[in-house]
Write a protein that binds this ligand. Structure first.
Ligand code: ADE
Length: 425
């Protein structure tokens, strides 16, 4: 491990050149972020702001970090998942002067140590994916919250928890729900999760998906993306749900719907995307087919109950990177990918750059917005704040332009027509 107090702790600083090539690759596919960088590196609207971030350390995140720095911010960073850090990228960021504490394969102690270090610089803005940084401020360093203008949150799970905290009157500072931007959830959660989760499964197993029974637990945006891509590769998709409307949508998309108790008996590959714990438990493992493959793409690693699996196992061995074979006492073999953690980030590289371009443009613009309010002396309530529709349109507009597409514009008459309630048939 390479450690310089107050600067970085990364696996191996010598990996920096490899990491830099990956970051350059991501930059070449993130035109919205690069346009924002070019614009705000001149005016430096984030000068004087100290941003602590806790988000997967990937090549795309590196583009976000370096854009925040280019806009004038002082940034300290940790990863938001013990298995998602790309060590070469972390090294490249550290070598370029970013304060970063992140390495692949952290244990829980390392994970919180890293968050603590990012808070040493007493941030006035926070940036989260999963809200572990915000929770740490609230639980361990509540005095720091007084200096914090606001935060931003990347993911569905984090936003749910923060809304619950705000409803209980426990949230100490305002947080912008980046996840709820249309240019985030309708792209990143669906197409990003869909592609990168299948990528993770294939890298960890190299199995053929065509003809397999592919069970998707949860038909939210992430589950929908996984189901869509698995179906595209010829799998028979089975969806399990607790919400009637979501289940109904799944059937109309051509998928089969059943309970997990039933699906457990026939599934070949299982992926959880629910944000809820104990989706696959002992009773399901016991029913599974020989050779069943189980993985998760939800934020936390509680969707597959691995403690249950440990209790009924006879033996365990790693058969491929990110693929552990459990032999049960009844002789059956079950394969668990990425230790039940986010399979797309632990076994692959996370969502592709093109989609993170829009998610991180939302992060960046939300940080600017918080700083802008601060500069105008506007105090926001400690609640969860939505992304303005104009921000979505601006980001989607830049993205389309960089892709070379043009769209039509409503005429004045058409605009009037749309809200004219005096006309009818
Ligand atoms: N979440 C999902 N994919 C990601 C990526 N490539 N970078 C950062 N966070 C992510």
């Amino acid at each position: 491990m390479d450690y310089k107090k107050g600067k970085y702790k990364v696996k191996n600083i010598k990996l920096a050149d490899e990491g830099r090539k990956k970051i350059e690759w991501a930059e070449s596919r993130m035109p919205v972020m690069m346009a924002l960088r070019a614009k705000y590196s001149k005016t430096k609207p984030l000068k004087g702001y100290r941003i602590a971030g806790c988000l997967h350390v990937t090549k795309e995140t590196a583009v976000l970090c370096e854009t925040l720095v280019a806009a004038g911010a002082k940034v300290s960073w940790s990863g938001c998942n013990p298995l998602s850090t790309q060590d070469d990228v972390a090294a490249a960021l550290a070598k370029n002067g970013l304060e970063i504490y992140a390495w692949h394969g952290q244990d829980v102690k390392d994970f919180y140590w890293s968050i603590d270090r990012t808070l040493d610089m007493k941030p006035n803005l926070t940036l989260d994916d999963g809200a572990d940084l915000i929770f740490t401020v609230h639980k361990k360093y509540p005095k720091l919250a007084k200096e914090i203008i606001g935060g931003t949150e990347e993911t569905t799970t984090g936003v749910h928890r923060l809304r619950a905290m705000a409803a209980d009157g426990k949230l100490l500072y305002p947080v912008i729900a980046v996840n709820d931007a249309e240019t985030k959830w309708d792209f990143d959660n669906v197409y990003g999760t869909g592609q990168s989760s299948i990528d993770g499964i294939l890298r960890a197993t190299s199995v053929l998906l065509a003809g397999k029974n592919f069970v998707v637990a949860g038909y939210g945006h992430c589950g929908k993306g996984c189901a869509m891509r698995a179906a595209g590769l010829g799998a028979n998709v089975i969806v399990t749900e607790v919400k009637a409307t979501a289940a109904l949508k799944a059937t109309l998309e051509g998928h089969t719907v059943m309970t997990m108790d039933e699906a457990a008996k026939i599934g070949d590959i299982f992926i959880t995307a629910t944000g809820v714990k104990d989706i696959i438990t002992k009773k399901h493992f016991e029913k599974m087919r020989e050779g069943a493959i189980v993985c998760n793409t939800g934020h936390y690693d509680c969707e597959i109950n691995l403690n249950d699996l440990e209790k009924i196992k006879k033996a365990k061995r790693t058969v491929r990177p990110n693929n552990e074979e459990y032999t049960l006492k009844n002789g059956k073999k079950i394969y668990v990918l990425a230790q039940g953690r986010l399979v797309n980030l632990a076994a692959a590289e996370g969502h592709p750059s093109e989609v993170m371009d829009m998610s991180f443009a939302n992060q960046f613009m939300s940080q600017l917005r918080l700083a802008g309010y601060d500069k105008q002396g506007i105090l926001l309530e400690p609640e969860v704040i939505d992304i303005p529709v104009t921000q979505d349109q601006e980001i989607a507009g830049i993205k389309l332009k960089t892709m070379g597409y043009k769209i039509d514009k409503l005429s004045k008459e058409q605009e009037v027509y749309m809200t004219d309630y005096s006309s009818g048939t």
